[in-house]
Ligand binder design. Structure first.
Ligand code: G4P
Length: 293
């Protein structure tokens, strides 16, 4: 990926340090951490420090937005996370698909030992407390709202918990700790930032919109060529540049400006919108094999 044309992304280290402190201070109040990632970008959408911050807690990785991701790739990622010591499940918080597995997996796999210990010591009824974390836009609120449904209610303040956090009681046995604050994704890795811009997780303005769409079109032509041929009915050859692909899409959609020129800006907006809403099919932007290489 050519990074010279990217604007440097601004970090806000102060906010990040505050969130990090908040997570560290609250970890002792929970039994496990539920980390939500985007199934289309399972590594790029993780906070780089999450592993070290939560290393002493059992953890479940939730690959959300699996309705938009490539099914086979999602399964590869589930295997990848399991091989690396974290239980993982795929869900779609828009429809609720897969969410019914979350608590059973937490109880029977992620917290198996704790559950057995509680059973032995007669504390079977004690509530399981889970911290929900994830970078902005991965679907934390959607997940909490879906799981809590109409019953969403605040649990009373607890000693040692400042008011900025919110406990959400799901039932008599489960409470979620909805963490405020922002965890940044992997901004320091520019290709990760580009993937996050493709999905709309971070602002488009790290690149101008046409450059972003051109990069996406090149990725799609190399990895999911049918997404282009089926949706836009365009042919392409291996040496088509992003600009040529963008012009083909614009031409096919009749996006012209006076003088017969193609309106590549409109074409770029269309490509990005259609990708983000799933109209180009089920697409995953990174694979575990690439990480291993
Ligand atoms: P956050 O709290 O982590 O910041 O994320 P939030 O739940 O606000 O979700 C961010 C966007 O992602 C929302 O779209 C939400 O609807 C969408 N989303 C969440 N989970 C899923 C999923 O499993 N599949 C799909 N396709 N989308 C999901 P939005 O456009 O910002 O809002 P809205 O149009 O839903 O109002």
């Amino acid at each position: 990926m050519d990074n010279n044309d990217m604007k440097q992304i601004q970090w806000f280290p102060g906010h990040m340090a505050k969130t990090r402190r908040l997570i560290a201070a609250n970890l002792k109040l929970v039994d496990a951490v539920v980390e939500i990632v985007d199934a289309r970008t399972p590594l790029s959408s993780r906070n780089p420090e999450m592993d070290s911050m939560t290393r002493n807690k059992p953890r479940l990785i939730v690959l959300n937005k699996c309705d938009l991701a490539d099914k086979k790739a999602t399964q590869k990622w589930i295997n990848y996370f399991r091989n690396n010591g974290s239980e993982a499940i795929a869900v779609d918080c828009k429809s609720g698909k897969g969410l019914k597995n979350l608590l059973p997996v937490v109880r029977t796999k992620v917290l198996k030992e704790l559950m057995e210990k509680r059973e032995r010591s007669g504390m079977k009824g004690a509530a399981v407390r889970l911290m929900i974390v994830g970078i902005p836009n991965v679907g934390k609120s959607s997940l909490i709202n879906r799981m809590a449904g109409g019953k969403r209610a605040k649990v009373e303040d607890r000693p040692g918990v400042t008011r900025t956090k919110q406990w959400v009681k799901l039932d008599n046995n489960t409470e979620l700790l909805d963490m405020p604050g922002v965890l940044w994704p992997k901004f320091e890795d520019q290709s990760a930032a580009v993937r996050l811009a493709f999905t709309g997780a971070i602002s488009d303005d790290i690149l101008d919109i046409e450059t972003l769409a051109m990069k996406l079109l090149v990725f799609l032509s190399e990895n999911y060529p049918s997404s282009l041929t089926e949706r836009y009915k365009i042919g392409y050859s291996d040496d088509d540049t992003g600009l040529i692909l963008l012009e083909k899409v614009g031409k096919k959609r009749g996006m012209m400006i006076s003088g017969g020129e193609i309106n590549t800006e409109r074409a770029a907006i269309t490509v990005l919108d259609e990708f983000r809403s799933g109209k180009l099919g089920h697409i995953t932007l990174e694979l575990p094999e690439e990480k291993e290489q």
